[in-house]
Design a binder for this molecule. Structure first.
Ligand code: ATR
Length: 496
C-alpha cells in the first residue's frame, strides 16, 4: 500500500499536497507535529476532502508532550477520522503515554503502527513483539543507514528476515537517505506492508509519481526480476528510465533500480540474496568490482574495468559494454576502423576502453594527455595486451607541441575522453591549440551538455560530430541484451 507522508503547516496545505499527487497513492499520513496550530484545524474536513487510507502520525517526542496535548491526540483518535495511528517508539517496549494512546486507538477501532527507530537491530525480530502487535496493527521500522557497512546487516537481519510474518503479524519498513533509496522502491517486493513516500522533491523518501512512472511500482511482484546500477553518487542516473522503459515495452517482468554503494564488500554479500540478476556498474566501482567476478570477458581484463555484471546461481560474470557502446556509433561513420588514424585526448579511465577498442579494431592511435607519462603507460599497456607492432600507438602532450604532432598525424578521427566541457565546466576546452581541418570525425564522450564547446568548434569547422549520449545509449543496449536476452526496443529512443 503506497502511503504519501505529508508534513505541512496547515490542513489546507495537506489537502493541496494530496491533490497534486492524486492517483499515485493508496493512502496518506499526516504528521501532526508539523501543523502550526493542530488544535485549531477543522479535522472533520478530512472525511469530506480526502479519500483512501488515512494515517495520523504522532510526534517523535511523545514522552515529553504536556498532558493537554496528549489529551488532544486522544480526542482525535476517538473521532475515528483515521484508519491507523502511527506511534513512534525509541525502544520497543510500550510504556506510559504510548500504552494509553494504544488503548484508546484499539477501543475506537483505530489500528496502531508501532514505529521503531533504533540503530541497533541485533535483537530483531524482537520476540516479545508477538505480545503486543494485534492482527490489525503493523510493526514498522524506520532505518537511516549512514552507508553500506550499516545497511548490509540491516538488509540481512531486518529486510530479508520474514519471521514477523510467520507470527501472523504485518511489518513494514522505510529505509531513509540515499543508501535506502532502492529499498524504498522495492519495499513491497521485499514484504513491507506499507510503502511510505514523500511528496515530489520534498524527500527523504522516493515520491509516488516516480514510483509509478519510472519503476512501474504497481506491476512489481515477489517474482519480478531485479536489476540495477551501482555507483556513488548514482541517484541522478538516467539508466533506470532507459531499462525500465525497455522492460515495459517488451512486457518483461523486471525492474531496474539505482543502488548508491560506498562499500562493495557488504553490498556483494547481500546482492545474491536479494536476489539481483544483473548490475550496471559506474564510477567509482568499475575497477574494484573485478575481484567479485568469477569470469570476465577479454575486454574487461584488457581495459581493467567492468561496467556490467550478470548474476547466475553459481557465478558472477563481468562484461565491458563501453567498448562496444563506443564502437557502434563510430561504425556508422566508419564501417571499418582498420587503418584509420585516431587522435585520443586524455589517458584516464574512460580513455582506456576507447584506446583498447580502436587498437583492437586496427586503428593507429595518437594519445595526447596533459600528463604525458600517463599516455605513455596506457600506450605501452595496450600495445602489450593486443600484441601491437611498435608505432601503432604513439603519445604526446596536450599543448602546442601536441598540436604540431596532430598536424603530421592527420587524424581521421578525434576522440575527446576528458571531463573538460562537462557540466559544470562547460567553458573548458581540453585542447585549444587543436586546429580542426573539417575532414575529421569528432567524437566527444561528454554527454551533459550534449554539445560541448569542443564539439561546437569542430562543427563550425565542418567536421562530422558524434555525441557522447550515443555511446551511453549503445553501451546500455548491450547491457539490456546481456540482462534479458532480448534486443532493446530502439524505437523508444529517437535519433540516436
Ligand atoms: P575518467 O575516468 O573520467 O577518464 P580520470 O581517470 O580521472 O577520469 O581521467 C581524467 C582525464 O582527463 C585524464 O586524462 C586527465 O588528464 P591528466 O592525466 O593529466 O590528469 C584529463 N583531464 C582532466 N581535467 C583536464 C583538464 N582541465 N585539461 C586537460 N585534461 C584534463
Amino acid at each position: 500500500m503506497v502511503i504519501l507522508r505529508v508534513s505541512e503547516s496547515t490542513l489546507d496545505d495537506v489537502f493541496l499536497r494530496l491533490q497534486s499527487h492524486e492517483g499515485y497513492f493508496d493512502g496518506f499520513e499526516i504528521e501532526v507535529e508539523t501543523l502550526k496550530h493542530p488544535e485549531r484545524e477543522d479535522w472533520e474536513s478530512i472525511s469530506r476532502r480526502t479519500q483512501g487510507f488515512r494515517i495520523l502520525s504522532l510526534p517523535r517526542a511523545l514522552m515529553s508532550e504536556a498532558e493537554p496535548v496528549i489529551d488532544f491526540y486522544r480526542t482525535l483518535l476517538k473521532r475515528r477520522l483515521f484508519d491507523m495511528v502511527r506511534i513512534p517508539y525509541e525502544e520497543y517496549k510500550p510504556r506510559g503515554v504510548h500504552e494509553t494512546l494504544e488503548k484508546v486507538a484499539h477501543s475506537y477501532d483505530v489500528g496502531v503502527i508501532r514505529s521503531i527507530s533504533i540503530r541497533n537491530f541485533s535483537a530483531y525480530p524482537f520476540p516479545f513483539a508477538q505480545d503486543f502487535v494485534k492482527e490489525r496493527d503493523v510493526l514498522h521500522l524506520t532505518l537511516n543507514p549512514s552507508g553500506w557497512k550499516e545497511l548490509g546487516p540491516i538488509v540481512e537481519r531486518v529486510i530479508l528476515d520474514r519471521t514477523v510474518e510467520t507470527w501472523g503479524m504485518r511489518r513494514s519498513f522505510a529505509v531513509e537517505g540515499p543508501y535506502g533509496y532502492p529499498f524504498q522502491v522495492l519495499s513491497s517486493h521485499l514484504g513491507s506492508y506499507f510503502t511510505f513516500t514523500s511528496p515530489q522533491s520534498k524527500g527523504p523518501l522516493v515520491d509516488p509519481i516516480t514510483l509509478k512512472t519510472v519503476y512501474r511500482y504497481t506491476s512489481l511482484t515477489p517474482h519480478t526480476a531485479l536489476f540495477g546500477i551501482i555507483g556513488n553518487p548514482v541517484l541522478h542516473s538516467r539508466s533506470p528510465h532507459l531499462h525500465n522503459r525497455g522492460y515495459d515495452a517488451l512486457g518483461i517482468d523486471a525492474v531496474y533500480v539505482p543502488f548508491p554503494v560506498d562499500d562493495l564488500e557488504p553490498f556483494f554479500s547481500i546482492a545474491p540474496k536479494l536476489p539481483l540478476r544483473g548490475l550496471s556498474v559506474t564510477i567509482p566501482h568499475k575497477e574494484s568490482v573485478l575481484k567479485y567476478c568469477d569470469w570476465c570477458e577479454d575486454s574487461v581484463l584488457a581495459v581493467g574495468a567492468c561496467n556490467t555484471l550478470v548474476f547466475s546461481e553459481k557465478s558472477i560474470k563481468g562484461y565491458n559494454t563501453d567498448v562496444e557502446g563506443f564502437l557502434v556509433p563510430l561504425n556508422r561513420v566508419f564501417p571499418r576502423v582498420t587503418g584509420k588514424k585516431a587522435l585520443v585526448i586524455g589517458a584516464g579511465g574512460a580513455a582506456r576502453s576507447i584506446v583498447y577498442g580502436l587498437a583492437r579494431e586496427g586503428a593507429r592511435v595518437l594519445i595526447l594527455n596533459r600528463t604525458v607519462a600517463k599516455a605513455e603507460s596506457l600506450a605501452a599497456e595496450m600495445g602489450k595486451t593486443l600484441s601491437l607492432s611498435t608505432g601503432t600507438i604513439t603519445t604526446g602532450p596536450l599543448d602546442r607541441e601536441g598540436a604540431s604532432r596532430v598536424e603530421q598525424f592527420q587524424p581521421d578521427l578525434v576522440v575527446q575522453t576528458t571531463s573538460c566541457g562537462m557540466h559544470p565546466y562547460e567553458e573548458e576546452d581540453p585542447f585549444p591549440d587543436l586546429f580542426f581541418k573539417g575532414q575529421e570525425v569528432v567524437y566527444d564522450l561528454v554527454y551533459a551538455p550534449r554539445e560541448t564547446r569542443f564539439l561546437k568548434r569542430a562543427k563550425a569547422a565542418g567536421c562530422t560530430v558524434i555525441y557522447g549520449d550515443a555511446m551511453l545509449i549503445h553501451q546500455a543496449f548491450r547491457q539490456f541484451l546481456l540482462f534479458t536476452g532480448k534486443e532493446y526496443p530502439r524505437q523508444l529512443i529517437d535519433g540516436i
